[in-house]
Design a binder for this molecule. Structure first.
Ligand code: CMP
Length: 139
């Protein structure tokens, strides 16, 4: 059935000029953009977005990194898009993400305290609804 997911091109992806490449892969797969915005996220939004990671060792560096520069937030729609985008993105660790995926083709480790892995995608229908409400109230 038709779903929506929240996709973020993280500050590393935007800084490296990979926004177009990420959006190209999403559109080439056949998904549809229903909202799209470049913005620098305030800490309060990022703390809420990543609330489930509060207390983990990478939480503070993650919030700092995600607020370090502009990111691109998007709502993407299509049948099974939540799973489908996660498949396009590849696994969390960009060093070992499978080639052919966004992270596997374009990401690697940079010796930093938090993995800079180019994109975020919601991991479940519940997360997608919560995250879209946070980033795009009204969409
Ligand atoms: P994302 O899909 O945005 O969700 C949480 C983020 O935290 C993840 O991508 C990575 O950027 C980061 N992350 C998750 N697990 C770890 C980890 N074990 N070490 C460092 N960073 C992590």
């Amino acid at each position: 059935s038709v779903q929506r997911t929240l996709v973020l091109v993280k500050p590393d992806g935007v800084a490296r000029g990979l926004t177009g490449e990420v959006l190209r892969r999403i559109e080439a797969k056949g998904y549809r953009l229903v909202a799209l915005e470049l913005r620098t996220a305030p800490a309060a939004l990022l703390e809420e977005h990543y609330a489930e990671h509060a207390g983990k060792p990478f939480y503070a560096p993650l919030v700092e990194f995600m607020g370090s520069g502009p990111l691109v937030a998007a709502v993407v729609e299509g049948d099974r898009v939540i799973e489908g985008f996660r498949s396009l993105a590849g696994t969390t660790d960009p060093t070992t993400a499978v080639p052919g995926t966004i992270r596997g083709d374009l990401g690697r480790d940079w010796g930093l305290p938090v993995a800079q892995n180019i994109v975020h995608g919601s991991d479940s229908p519940e997360s997608a609804a919560r995250e879209i409400g946070l980033w795009f109230p009204g969409v």
